[in-house]
Design a protein around this ligand. Structure first.
Ligand code: ADP
Ligand code: ZN
Ligand code: ZN
Length: 818
């Protein structure tokens, strides 16, 4: 009898690929195990076994596999079902899902570049001969392709060998090196063990009598330690004791205190600290918790709608605690993990070493570690906190999924395929595990809220902030009028300046929000009207004052700003619009004593970019923080009393059917950063349209008003949730060919569907990186079969690709979220 295996290759192939295996191999192989296989002329890939069978392929002669790479499945059946669902729903191949789901270090292929890991000293005595050979070769050559290693070792299949070296941390992959992420170390202090007991402490204080500053610091530390049983940050000790750093450093030098460092991002749990007890919940929180539990009796998904700072996290903590007790796994999804040090620290205090963190900033080896821990259901990965890709971990027994800030657009992956939405996929994953999914937000997406209205999801609400802190007071400032009355200074209205002055006077901090980075989005010649454009994209270049450069935010093109106009030569260049850089500068000019910081893509690019700025602001080294929407994501700053929205209009005017919903969410979330503690916060929204419905709704906190109006519009104009959407993007560098191809595609769609086909149309930015883009929108009525519709589109796609002059036109599908 002959044996064959169907595998998933990590490339966009329509079908599984079949290889020949021996009877012995068929005995060992199980679905979900990796095999090294030859593909094409001379490539090796890591593929995943899908099925073992006896049917030879019809169209080609099956090759043999090179080697089996696993002893146990690396991927379980549930995962493969999820991949198939994603591939179907988001219209891509299972191979593309495979590539993006599994950490790169587990997917070696012939072109992968490997390097020696310089961070780790490997004991040569522990190396096998072939391993030694590879490391020796890497002494002479800094980098080797996997296929070079094939010839060095004279072995056909080297992937097991390389996997062993990766496990021993002796080598790293090139892609890994580029993103190697070193977490920030935060200085902590503790009393030396010699002084830990009370009588010894007394003696110590006795000897410190003549150094009152030092003795105060020691006492403060003792108190801090006793109070929280947690590690004490050096900076906290400074604050609490009113001591200077020099005093504390002196104590460290004397050996009275010990300094140690804790990584703030990667979760390292120091077992000596005891686990904190969950806080006792307020009545509101308890009520919400009961509502959720009630809802979960009949529903799989429940939405927790709690205003900013209502204490949603503490409610999650209870739910997580219950689930962990039952021994099942928990997945906690967040939109942007880089910004969540604060949250991780909070959860760590409760769940300690049961937490694993998973996101793309971690290097590949670390991701492999988490993967294996989840696969083996290790205790240290019972609660996984991660960004969207954490969905792909090999969970076998999920009991609860939490999707925090469920409204966030960044749950959608845009490039490359699979272009999936993590919240929606999490709900499917939940149903596969028969587990409950809790969505949380202060500003739920229209879709999720709609689902609670129709009874599909359960619903729980928290209307008040924790501790009865008042919601911030909102004020709309008409900048048109301010301009007319000449009350503006730069982009600051008189009201905003007054509030800033007052806030700074009280020693409080403030946030200024502007949704554009750079200095000015447009540079224009006032003589001839010429504005420098990107040579590769159809957009104006943004002026960045830092470095005096013009930059394209779509392709990264940069060029120095010239002093004269490139078209007419006049020295009359002016800027239009403004970004964070300009706001920060104006703020500094207006409030010369204040320390101004900026948080946007430009200032957070480095490895610890986010953390540095957030920490500096948290520790009140900055008074004013200017930033883009990065500021909105669940940050909990204690001392912020004022939020200024520099210009709300640019958000509202964005050409997208979700623009109004997003503006409401963004503005409400930014506003929510204000006044999270005792004093009532203040929010100033500057706009040319103070009577705009959305701004009125933001300023009165009228979520349901916003929801009903938006839903009505979507029903009128047929957008989700009133219809389903698929956007087909065609992409090519030749303008004419793209036009023809798009017209063909749209016509083919119109031949099949009676209505609901819009376009082809050029998007607002019709060319990016020298590729022209055209969109076709397919609107699918709720009563029409989604599967049939997608199948029809796929058939058209096949015919399209059969036309030789269109074959080079790329086609990209986006479902639901565009
Ligand atoms: P949200 O996620 O809803 O914006 P958080 O969970 O961040 O709100 O809570 C806001 C603040 O209130 C946090 O500083 C948190 O520590 C505090 N808090 C929330 N619930 C409690 C509680 N039950 N006891 C004490 N403090 C609480
Ligand atoms: Zn460009
Ligand atoms: Zn000019």
């Amino acid at each position: 009898m002959e044996y064959f295996v169907n595998v998933i290759l990590p490339i966009p192939l329509e079908n599984y690929f079949t290889y020949r295996i021996t009877a012995a191999e068929a005995e060992i192989l199980k679905p979900g195990m990796r095999v090294a296989v030859p593909f094409g002329k001379s490539k090796i890939y890591t593929a995943l076994v899908n099925e073992i069978h006896h049917v030879p392929p019809v169209a080609y002669e099956a090759k043999e596999i090179h080697q089996i790479l696993d002893e146990m499945p690396l991927v379980n059946d549930l995962q493969r079902s999820l991949w198939r669902w994603i591939a179907n729903y988001y219209m891509c191949t299972v191979g593309e899902v495979f590539r993006s789901a599994v950490p790169g270090a587990l997917l070696l292929e012939s072109e992968t570049l490997v390097l020696k890991n310089k961070e780790v000293e490997v004991d040569e005595n522990l190396l096998k001969d072939d391993e030694f050979l590879v490391l020796e070769a890497l002494e002479h050559q800094s980098m080797l392709r996997v296929k070079d290693i094939v010839s060095i070792t004279e072995k056909k299949s080297v992937l097991p060998l390389l996997n062993r070296l990766i496990d021993k941390k002796a080598i790293v992959l090139k892609e890994d090196l580029q993103e190697q992420y070193k977490p920030k170390l935060v200085g902590h202090v503790r009393l030396s063990p010699a002084y830990q007991t009370e009588d010894k402490l007394e003696n110590l204080l006795e000897t410190l009598k003549r150094a009152p500053k030092q003795s105060r610091a020691v006492l403060a530390l003792f108190q801090l330690q006793a109070g929280t049983k947690k590690q004490v940050k050096l900076s906290d000790l400074e604050k609490e004791s009113g001591s200077s750093k020099a005093v504390i450093k002196a104590l460290i030098r004397k050996g009275i205190l010990q300094e140690f460092f804790i990584k703030t991002d990667r979760v390292t749990y120091e077992p000596e600290g005891e686990q904190a007890k969950p806080k006792s919940l307020s009545d509101f929180q308890l009520e919400a918790l009961q509502e959720i539990e009630q809802a979960f009796r009949t529903k799989n998904v429940t939405l927790l709608h709690g205003v900013t700072s209502s204490g949603k996290t503490e409610v999650y903590v209870r739910m997580i605690g219950e689930c962990l007790k039952s021994g099942r796994q928990v997945l906690y999804l967040l939109p942007e993990i880089a910004l969540t040090t604060q949250l991780i620290t909070r959860l760590q205090a409760y769940f300690g070493e049961q937490i694993a963190v998973y996101h793309s900033r971690y290097n590949l080896n670390e991701r492999v570690e988490v993967w294996r821990n989840v696969l083996e259901k290790e205790r240290k990965a019972q609660l996984v906190i991660g960004a969207r890709s954490a969905l792909f971990l090999p969970f076998s027994d999920l009991g609860l999924i939490i999707v925090d800030e469920e409204h966030e657009g960044s749950f959608k992956q845009f490039d490359p395929a699979p272009r999936y939405h993590a919240r929606d996929t999490a709900i499917v994953l939940g149903s596969m595990h028969s587990c409950k999914v809790l969505l949380g937000s202060a500003t739920p997406s229209i879709e999720s809220y709609h689902n609670t209205r129709t009874g599909k999801y359960g619903y729980a609400m928290m209307k008040r902030r924790y501790g009865d802190v008042l919601m911030p007071e909102m004020e709309l400032v008409d900048i048109k009028e301010q301009r007319r009355k000449k009350r503006m200074k730069g982009h600051f209205s008189e009201r905003l300046r007054e509030e800033i002055r007052e806030t700074l006077g009280l020693g409080k901090q403030l946030i200024l929000f502007q949704n554009r980075r750079g200095f000015a989005p447009i540079v224009e010649c006032t003589t001839c009207g010429h504005a420098p454009q990107c040579p590769n994209c159809d957009v104006s270049l943004t002026y960045h004052m830092h470095g005096k450069q013009l930059r394209c935010h779509y392709c990264g093109h940069q060029t120095p700003l010239k002093e004269h106009c490139a078209a007419c030569g006049s020295f009359t260049l002016d800027t239009r619009g403004f970004g964070t850089e300009q706001v920060a500068q104006e703020a500094q000019d207006l409030f010369t004593d204040a320390k101004v910081g900026r948080m946007d893509l430009d200032t957070t690019r480095g490895k610890h970019g986010y953390e540095k700025i957030i920490t500096a602001f948290e520790q009140q080294e900055l008074d004013i923080l200017v930033g883009t929407q990065m500021l909105t994501k669940g940050l909990d700053f204690r001392n912020v009393n004022l939020v200024g929205i520099m210009n709300a209009d640019s958000l509202l005017n964005f050409p997208d059917f979700r623009a109004h919903e997003r503006s409401f969410q963004l503005l409400t979330q930014v506003a929510g950063r204000a006044g999270r503690t005792d004093k009532r916060g203040k929010v100033i929204i500057q706009t040319y349209n103070p009577y705009h419905q959305i701004l009125q709704q933001v300023s009165t906190g009228d979520y349901t008003g916003m929801f009903e109006e938006q839903l009505y519009e979507r029903q009128q104009y047929k957008y989700p949730p009133a219809t389903r959407l698929i956007r087909i993007t065609l992409k090519h560098k030749e303008y004419n060919r793209l036009n023809e191809a798009a017209a063909w595609f749209a016509q083919a769609l119109r031949n099949v569907f009676s209505g609901g086909i819009l376009g082809p149309e050029f998007p607002a930015i019709a060319r990016i990186r020298n590729q022209y883009l055209k969109h076709i929108l397919v609107k699918i009525p709720l009563e029409q079969s989604l599967t049939k519709t997608k199948n029809s589109i796929k058939r058209i796609d096949k015919s399209f690709n059969a036309i030789s002059q269109y074959r080079s036109v790329r086609i990209i599908y986006n479902a639901d979220h565009l």
